[in-house]
Ligand binder design. Structure first.
Ligand code: M6R
Length: 612
């Protein structure tokens, strides 16, 4: 995830900024850059690679001055390169910007600016901000007003810092849906997207809120609201976190932080892609293959582990709503079997968080070898899978640091729902259905927030069950893959034996294991297979098996059968996996912590599996 640091004060800005960038390294990045103002001139240094390389570069030694901005970039628009690294400048290279977030309407803004004569040098959305500020400055505005006028034209999410040679004593900061904090020192300010870049200098921090803009000078700052143009008086908070806590946003582990950031993760995956009134989705990465996709008659989804389970949910979604037959394969199997794939009729879709998984990558090569259209749903921009597939959709979930995948899984489900709508609306799906799905999708982040509020009771349930040696995770239809994912999560981080499966299969064998010592976690929302699932629960109950149910709010029936119930809000059946998986992630997390396991780095596992 991108990181921002800014400094205005009396010290050499470069050392504060580089120190801040190093503290942000844990967030993941592919390139870094810095801009420093001295004697009314701004000098810039950028690299693709590590902050250490930037710190040791020749260029950095020449950068002196006491005001500056810096950035670590995790590519979203345009591949990792020096050209795309921040800070980005305007046509005159006298106004510079660093930015976290996504400007949804940047293409339109860029086009207008180009028509007005602006020349762009990068592929990023961020560069439009520098050119907009340039445009408004030329109209006679000061830096603050130029930034405000620019922000009013932008749609999307941003945390930005802007500096300009025409107002060398000022730094401007602003935020919307992306964090930005101001560290208050003595005659100095350190501004950063993350407190870990500030805490070395001061613990007094003011947090900017959405729609606010701050103007900082060496001896003071003001905050005002963009909409109402009024000055806001906000007291600084004393942040007591140590640096390690700060990196984790105050959470005990990255995994917990990532579970709790899932509402924003889903929002980021949806941002700029949903058109509710038309019941359509906009997926720029598929533009080039749109017509080929209209013609395909079959889809094969290939992935590993958690991504494979997301693929299984996608199979249910696409078959039901787009009417295309789908087969989901484990990548390590796909590469050695004899897949029957017909050019122009078949397409292969791979899912991968890292974009580097060896088996998944081999599936892409196999598809290409056979002349089959290959698509990717990938989180890491510019990764090998992203490069090797013909087209694709990025997750925009930000880096996932916990080895056990959580937020990228929900992001994969979100993108699969978008892809289903895309394919469905190319075919028979009605406008009404398209609207219904898009409307429900947009409610999902708030539904996830509601579930996260019940964490305390999920923890208490986990406490009561953590000492059982075995668990079944059971579900049907859309929630069968969620049962598999729930079991995998528990195994991966707590090392408790867990089996995932279909509730309907129970009586064909696994039920032999049920006794009072073998609890089952049923994922049983009010959906088209609810009654069937209840019957399966009765089968377990009849054998004295303990039951924890994940059920829909207001379901009184289930409380009569299950020993424990965790409720999730009601949504469309196809979207229930986005909600039902959250309590299972929390259950696994709490079980691992209660057992004293290393949650973020479970034994024997690697974040990216680049070997066969
Ligand atoms: O990077 P990928 O999504 O391709 O990784 C696939 C699997 O290795 C990964 O999902 C793995 O199962 C995780 N440990 C799940 O938590």
């Amino acid at each position: 995830m991108c990181g921002i640091v800014g400094y205005i004060g009396k010290r050499e800005a470069a050392s504060v900024l580089l120190d801040g960038l190093k503290r942000l390294e844990y967030r993941g990045y592919d390139s870094a850059g810095i801009a420093i103002l001295k004697d009314k001139r701004i000098n810039v240094a950028k690299i693709v690679g590590r902050v250490k390389q930037l710190a040791e570069s020749e260029r950095i030694r020449a950068l002196q001055g006491t005001t500056g901005i810096a950035h670590t970039r995790w590519a979203t628009h345009g591949k990792p390169s020096e050209r795309n690294a921040h800070p980005h400048g305007d046509c005159t290279s006298t106004i510079f910007v660093v930015h976290n977030g996504i400007i949804e309407n940047y293409k339109e803004l860029k086009q207008n600016l180009e028509q007005e004569g602006h020349t762009f040098t990068s592929e990023t959305d961020t560069e439009v901000i520098a050119h907009l500020v340039e445009k408004f400055k030329k109209e006679g505005n000061n830096l603050e007003t130029s930034v405000k006028k620019s922000l009013k034209l932008m749609k999307g999410a941003y945390a930005i810092l802007v500096m300009a040679e025409f107002e060398p004593e000022t730094l401007v900061a602003a935020r919307l849906s992306s964090p930005l904090r101001i560290g208050i020192g003595t005659n100095e300010f350190i501004i950063a997207s993350d407190p870990s870049a500030i805490l070395n200098y001061t613990q007094e921090i003011v947090t900017l809120r959405d729609g606010e803009i701050a103007v900082l000078e060496e001896d003071g700052y003001t905050i005002s609201s963009l909409e109402e143009n009024r000055i806001i008086d906000r007291e600084a908070e004393q942040v007591e976190w140590d640096l390690e806590q700060a990196e984790k946003g105050g959470f005990a582990h990255f995994m917990l932080k990532e579970i709790f950031e899932q509402p924003e993760t889903i929002e980021n995956s949806l941002r700029g892609r949903v058109m509710v009134d038309e019941g359509l989705v906009k997926l720029g990465g598929l533009d080039a293959v749109k017509e080929e996709l209209r013609q395909i008659e079959r889809l094969t989804i290939v992935a590993c582990g958690t991504a494979y389970y997301a693929g299984l949910v996608g199979e249910y979604m696409i078959e039901e709503y787009a009417g295309i037959p789908v087969e989901t394969c484990i990548a390590s199997e796909f590469r050695y079997r004899k897949p029957i794939l017909i050019p122009k009729k078949d397409a292969v879709l791979v899912l991968s968080q890292s974009g580097e998984t060896a088996d998944t990558l081999a599936a892409v090569s196999e598809a290409k070898e056979k002349g089959i259209l290959s698509l990717g749903i990938v989180n890491v921009i510019g990764s090998t899978i992203a490069q090797n597939t013909d087209a694709g959709i990025y997750n925009h979930a930000g880096p996932e640091i916990g080895v056990a995948s959580t937020k990228v899984f929900v992001s994969q489900l979100t993108v699969l729902a978008l892809f289903t709508l895309f394919l469905g609306r190319q075919r028979q799906m009605s406008l009404t259905m398209g609207k219904r799905i898009t409307e429900e999708l947009l409610k999902i982040p708030d539904h996830v927030r509601t579930i996260l509020e019940t964490d305390k009771s999920i923890f208490e349930i986990t406490q009561r069950y953590v000492n059982y040696p075995d668990f079944f995770f059971l579900g049907r239809k859309y929630n069968y893959p969620i049962a598999l994912e729930g079991a995998l999560k528990l195994k991966e981080i707590s090392y408790i034996h867990a089996e995932g499966g279909s509730s309907g299969e129970l009586k064909h064998g696994p039920i032999a294991m049920i006794d009072p010592n073998f609890p089952s976690i049923f994922i049983c929302p009010k959906d088209s297979v609810y009654e069937k699932n209840l019957s399966n629960m009765e089968e377990v109950k009849a054998r004295q098996g303990k039951i924890i149910a994940v059920a829909t709010e207001g379901d009184d029936e289930i409380q009569k059968i299950a020993d424990e119930v965790i409720f999730i809000p009601k949504t469309l059946e196809m979207l229930t996996p986005l909600l039902s998986v959250i309590p299972l992630q929390l259950f696994a997390y709490h079980a691992a912590v209660l057992k004293g396991k290393d949650v973020d780095k479970p034994r024997n596992l690697a974040k990216s599996v680049t070997v066969e």
